[in-house]
Design a protein around this ligand. Sequence first.
Ligand SMILES: [Zn+2]
Ligand SMILES: [Zn+2]
Length: 276
Amino acid sequence: MEAIFQKIINFDQNLLAIIALVVFYTLEEVLNTTFEFKNRPRHLLNSALLQLGYVMVNFGLAFVMVACFQWIDQHHVGLFNIIEIPYPLKLVIGLVCFDFTFYWAHRLYHLSSFFWRLHRVHHSDNSLDSTSALRFHPFDALLDSAMSIVAAAIFGLDISVVLFYFVLYIPLLFAQHSNFIFPVWTDKVLGKIFASPNFHKVHHHKDQQFTDSNYGNLFIVWDKLYGTFKYLPVKDIKYGLEEFDGPEQQRLFFLLKSPFLNFKKTNEGGGINDKG
Ligand SMILES: [Zn+2]
Ligand SMILES: [Zn+2]
């Protein structure tokens, strides 16, 4: 059993992301998709360059992450450093705890106007496809790394739990952003527990009351538990944010500088007020 878990943990995550991107991008080219792209190569390039920046920031943070995980382990900080459970069980429960932390972190990214400045780059995409899974502001890596350390400190998770989590999450992440409607059974069967692709697309709807829903990365159960789950047929979803609607606002340079720009929020619903 442990050998299987070790194989999953050791799987090269960059390779996994490339495989997922190639598979879903190719499917989008050959299958009927929900909308036609005006300039797909530009869209791909923007997402890829943003991700390159994200990876570089992550790379720069690697030594901080390693030091924090070592400190947590050496000082027996967190729940699973206090109670003894078998390693495979620790991995599975750790996975649930990690996703739980990221559900609340994601809510915080939407609630705080400071964090939203970075996170809105992901939501600004008005033509969602598999490459949108790469579209995060480089400084978003700072938030994600900080939240990983918070999760590790609360629950006493080691780095293997984080690796295990991302091996499972990466293929789902690309599926969630793919430019086609997944069959209803994926919502009815997988969607009982997991954040199905159709559910995550609702999170990218322009209307703020839907943007502020379906926060779960891997599991949708948190949204159902805390009342943030919303459903809308994919054909009725309008992607993006109104303040990023123009072609100028979709350019790479604009996206990079957008966290430092003040926008008047134009979305409807009960979202936050960006006072910046
Ligand atoms: Zn979000
Ligand atoms: Zn997304």
